[in-house]
Design a protein around this ligand. Structure first.
Ligand SMILES: *Cc1c(COP(=O)(O)O)cnc(C)c1O
Ligand code: SF4
Length: 369
């Protein structure tokens, strides 16, 4: 019953075409063969592509899906370069380090912003490059995939016993080899008091073939050694979830980990309650729990994806009418300057004005004194 529904849902949006992407490939080959140069892009997409200074990287299998979805589609807008990236001044100025990661950076590729958990950044590379990326002004395409001072990481954890959760982020941690991931997990389980491990990744969308038997084995083994392993997948539009992507996510779940989602609200991609509803419906069918909806960051070169908080709040408010409460993600915003995440819907809630927004967008005033 479950699989039957899911199949219908996947066929409806991606068509049975998603099954003819060619023979299975090794993920390391997929990484090498990504579209990167201007001529590769024009040859592949058979159209004029703007030439800009920001790096481009699109895995070929994803490129096939983008090409089918055509120019100006949500898939196209997320990954193909646009002249709008060079025209921020005309709209509004963006920031080079919009969430202030530099402020909390520690030795050992750690960002420790919250008391009980921290980010571990073992690689700066992703399997592809999103045009709206908050790190787009710091992407080092040619940096080594693995470049870590790991003894400093372990020392930091030994000196900060308040840290209960380590979050692999990056870049994309699943660009590390299976051996490297197994080594880190062994060290964390044997030599630290960490209780939870989390991975932030966009690998299912970029390169579902990365979920190898070996990775499955590592996650299965370590899901028994930590209280919780969560994998938070970055997915913005229902068209990203085709058969192959969903199969890779089911495989992660079969390894005994929980899979959650984070979505960036983006103009021209998903700034529509019905698109978000369809994304959430599909995430639920794939067994993913919606976790975060991020208000877009004010990133230099990505301001054409930006929208006012008022518009974002209106979209978010209308979700309550369209999906069950337990499936509504947290709508959050990262305050520039490294001050962290906060609820984007009602950030002034410590000093309540007494005004609330109903599901229909009406503002009502309630006196709580
Ligand atoms: C987002 C983030 C986390 C994770 O926060 P959760 O609310 O637990 O998802 C941890 N550390 C840093 C620096 C972050 O930016
Ligand atoms: S997956 Fe995240 S970090 Fe990687 S390119 Fe996209 S937005 Fe940037």
């Amino acid at each position: 019953m479950f699989d039957f529904n899911l199949k219908n849902e996947l066929d409806r949006t991606s068509g049975s075409q998603s099954d003819d992407l060619g023979p299975p490939v090794n993920w390391q080959d997929s990484l090498k063969s990504c579209l990167r140069t201007h001529s590769e892009l024009e040859d592949f997409f058979e159209t004029d592509i703007p030439q800009i200074d920001y790096a481009v990287q699109i895995p070929r299998k994803l490129a096939i899906k983008i090409k089918r979805s055509k120019k100006g589609s949500p898939l196209w807008n997320q990954f193909l370069p646009s002249f709008l990236e060079t025209q921020d001044e005309i709209q509004r100025a963006g920031l080079a380090d919009p969430i202030g990661d530099e402020v909390h950076h520690q030795d050992g590729q750690i960002v420790h912003r919250y008391h009980n958990r921290l980010l571990f950044l073992p690689t700066k590379n992703c399997a592809g490059i999103c045009r709206f990326c908050f790190r787009k002004n710091n992407i080092e395409n040619d940096s080594k995939i693995f470049d870590s001072n790991f003894s400093a990481t372990l020392d930091y954890l030994k000196n900060h016993l308040e840290v209960e959760e380590l979050i692999f982020s990056g870049g994309d941690p699943f660009l590390l080899t299976d051996e490297r991931i197994a080594y880190y997990m062994t060290q964390f389980s044997e030599n630290t008091l960490l209780r939870h491990i989390r991975f932030h990744t966009r690998i299912p969308t970029f390169m579902p073939e990365r979920v190898t038997d070996k990775l499955f084995g590592i996650l299965s083994e370590f899901s028994k050694k930590f209280t919780k392993i969560n994998i938070v997948v970055h997915i913005n539009h229902p068209d990203e979830l085709d058969h192959e992507v969903v199969a890779s996510i089911k495989r992660l779940k079969d390894a005994g980990v929980d899979v959650l989602s984070q979505t960036v609200l983006l103009k021209g991609v998903n700034d529509d309650p019905l698109v978000l509803k369809s994304l959430i419906d599909k995430l639920l069918l794939a067994g993913i729990r919606p976790y975060y909806l991020h208000h877009p960051d004010r990133v230099k070169g990505g301001m054409h994806f930006y929208m006012d908080l008022e518009k974002g709040r209106k979209i978010f408010a209308s979700l309550r009418n369209l999906v069950p409460g337990w499936a509504i993600p947290q709508y959050i915003i990262d305050i520039p300057g490294g001050q962290g995440k906060t609820n984007a819907f009602n950030p002034e809630s410590f000093e309540s004005s007494g005004r609330f927004i109903t599901k229909d967008g009406k503002i009502v005033k309630i006196n709580y004194q």
